[in-house]
Design a protein around this ligand. Structure first.
Ligand SMILES: C[S@@+](CC[C@H](N)C(=O)[O-])C[C@H]1O[C@@H](n2cnc3c(N)ncnc32)[C@H](O)[C@@H]1O
Length: 240
């Protein structure tokens, strides 16, 4: 087997949502790496692996997610160098990430840095169930039907991220990374007549999970691990 780097999606948090393919890859890997905030902190993705496959050893890669730009770049570079070191030693390396590795994930950036250092590196990924899918299931929300469309937006910088998506009333809108802007996001949805049916999922699959109508929690900011799902506007006859 050639040395390789594989990004493994572990789902939103519940170990029951780790796929069989992901589990098999984690068990066969020579090294399983997980992003963490600090070397002595168990990361979210690591916690999923621990519950689903306690026999798999996880090595932590500290990412200075809350640090300044220079700290983040330094941590990122150190992580890429560690992966290159393992690849040069002939290892199959798995990097775990919440949800899916190809959607808003550190994996994509890390893989690019690894390829810059080793252009011939073999890089693949294993899909993971995403938080919004778990939120749809937990809240009983039908996301899309017939010709409806889907927007997935990052609201890390605030409610402006909604403008384009709300221009299409027949589109479902999923909002990621908007926890701290929750009141502003809810107000924007209300103005667009889209608050009804919108659901909020926080810490899905983790201790402290909340799945509630957005209306109920709109007054205060939510956690970073919070998602909003807004169904398309539907006539009463088309509602599930
Ligand atoms: C960096 S993105 C990671 C997305 C992930 N790769 C995916 O496919 O779902 C982080 C955002 O994903 C959403 N998210 C991920 N896991 C979540 C969870 N367990 N509960 C609620 N939202 C979650 C939140 O909106 C969070 O701000």
């Amino acid at each position: 087997m050639r040395p390789s780097l594989v990004g493994v999606g572990v789902g939103p948090g519940d170990p029951g949502l780790l796929t069989l393919r992901a589990l098999s890859v984690l068990r066969q890997a020579d090294h399983v790496l997980a992003p963490v905030m600090a070397p002595d902190a168990v990361g979210r993705a690591e916690a999923v692996v621990r519950q689903a496959a306690p026999e798999v050893a996880v090595e932590r890669l500290p990412f200075a997610i809350l640090g300044d730009e220079a700290a983040r770049a330094g941590a990122h570079e150190a992580a890429a160098r560690r992966i290159v070191e393992l690849l040069d030693g002939g290892a199959r390396v798995a990097f775990v990430t919440l949800g899916d590795p190809n959607v808003y994930s550190t994996f994509h950036h890390l893989a690019r840095s690894v390829r810059q250092l080793r252009p011939d590196a073999v890089v693949t990924s294993i899909p993971g169930i995403m938080a919004f899918q778990e939120l749809a299931a937990a809240s009983g929300t039908m996301v899309l039907d017939s010709g409806e469309r889907l927007y997935l937006v990052s609201a890390v910088d605030g409610a402006e991220a909604l403008v384009h998506a709300l221009g299409d009333p027949e589109a479902a809108v999923v909002v990621y990374k908007g926890g701290r802007h929750l009141p502003e996001l809810a107000a924007r949805l209300e103005d667009a007549g889209r608050l009804e049916g919108a659901v909020f999922g926080e810490l899905l699959g983790m201790p402290g999970e909340r799945v509630v109508p957005l209306e109920q929690v709109r007054a205060q900011p939510g956690a970073y691990l919070a998602s909003i799902l807004v169904p398309p506007r539907r006539s009463p006859a088309d509602r599930p």
